[in-house]
Write a protein that binds this ligand. Structure first.
Ligand code: GAL
Length: 363
């Protein structure tokens, strides 16, 4: 194993005890300002969502985690540049992963960079690079926040070779960081490259890494791998989600005893029709449910691609899907589209488009 592929674990032994909460654990009700509106606009609009400083929120393809009565939104900091052939302009970061906090899901305070890239030419985090689709879960056993992402090293151009398409792992005592970078590697074995990915923590606090595994001859399929108890490594318990052959941008949400896996087709930054799969067992087998979008632009996921799904604390049965409307002429201006998730009596998961909506409008 290459040196930079080994996990550095000394500081992990220094476990600072803290009180934490996530959507699954220690749920506390927070005051939700029901009158504020989520604004998604027309299908071709890139609406600006600004933080409390008045600056555009720069946290792409990330997620939301609930900790100690507050929501935290994290994601990749992109640049005000378009897309070149290698896609490593605005879509590659020179900053790293940004964090914002909020008590109402609409007004976000900038908390800073929680995982920084580096100017050092020998650093695995040398910028520009990509830490695509970062996801964070909390491990109560080791009292740490653990982040996994699709690692694409300098200069951020996708490739198949070892070191370019891998699972990156970072860890922190505090959601506000700084996260310590542990390394990058390929779960299952080195022949399958890691592309789009997500993390899911179940009610029993077991956790899973779901990723689009691309084989050398070009075939690709979503796979799920159970994480070790500390969430820092993949175990050898994994499954190929056969029905999700050539589906990416995975997000998992559990409703009752059903795991819904929401995905997109494979078409780069160009929007396509989303597809949902479901199972009563996290490891599968999954069955295809269909397109979760309905009405106008449902073949285009409303001109977005799936990012993450989470439960709203204090609003029974309300889950939100985070989608992203990619802007390939200026990645800094990709816009965020958040929609409430509905599960109907036939156990189908849907998220109809809403140009704008408030939490109170759902009740
Ligand atoms: C998409 C994928 C994104 C990004 C993009 C091109 O298919 O979902 O995460 O990798 O391709 O770089």
């Amino acid at each position: 194993m290459k040196k930079n592929r080994a996990f550095l674990s000394t500081s992990m032994l220094l476990c600072i005890v803290f009180v934490l909460g996530t959507t699954n654990l220690h749920a506390q009700q927070v005051p939700i300002k029901d009158t504020l509106q989520f604004k998604n606009g027309n299908f071709d609009e890139f609406l600006e969502w600004k933080d409390t400083r008045g600056e555009l929120i720069n946290a792409h393809d990330g997620g939301v985690i609930f900790v100690n009565g507050k929501y935290y939104w994290y994601g990749l900091a992109l640049r005000a540049l378009g897309q070149d052939k290698g896609e490593n302009n605005g879509a590659a970061t020179t900053i790293g992963i940004n964090l914002y906090s909020s008590s109402n899901l609409l007004e976000w305070n900038y908390e800073g960079v929680i995982l920084s890239t580096s100017q050092n030419v020998i650093s695995p985090l040398r910028a520009p690079m990509r830490l695509e689709r970062p996801k964070i879960i909390c491990n109560i056993k080791i009292k740490k926040f653990v982040m996994w992402f699709h690692y694409v090293g300098y200069p951020g151009t996708h490739g198949q070779q070892i070191g370019l398409a891998e699972a990156g792992v970072a860890v922190s005592d505090n959601i506000k960081g700084p996260f310590e970078y542990l390394g990058h590697y390929r779960p299952i074995n080195d022949s399958g490259a890691v592309k789009d990915c997500t993390l899911f923590m179940d009610n029993d606090t077991t956790a899973y890494f779901v990723f689009d595994r691309k084989m050398p001859e070009g075939s690709r399929c979503l796979h799920i791998v159970k994480l070790t108890d500390d969430f820092l490594h993949a175990t050898d318990k994994w499954a190929k989600i056969d029905v999700a052959n050539r589906w990416e941008a995975p997000a998992i949400i559990k409703q009752g005893d059903i795991y819904f896996l929401i995905t997109s087709d494979v078409s780069g930054w160009k929007a396509n029709a989303a597809k949902t799969f479901k199972s009563t067992n996290i490891m599968g087998p999954y069955i295809e449910v269909g397109n979760p979008c309905i009405g106008e632009q449902n073949q285009n996921t409303y001109n977005t691609q799936c990012t993450y799904a989470f439960n709203v604390i204090g609003k029974k049965n309300l889950s939100i899907i985070m989608l992203e409307r990619h802007n390939t002429t200026n990645f800094f201006k990709c816009s965020y589209v958040w929609l409430p998730i509905e599960v109907n009596n036939s156990k189908e998961l849907l998220f109809p488009y809403r140009k704008e909506w408030s939490l109170s409008s759902l009740y």
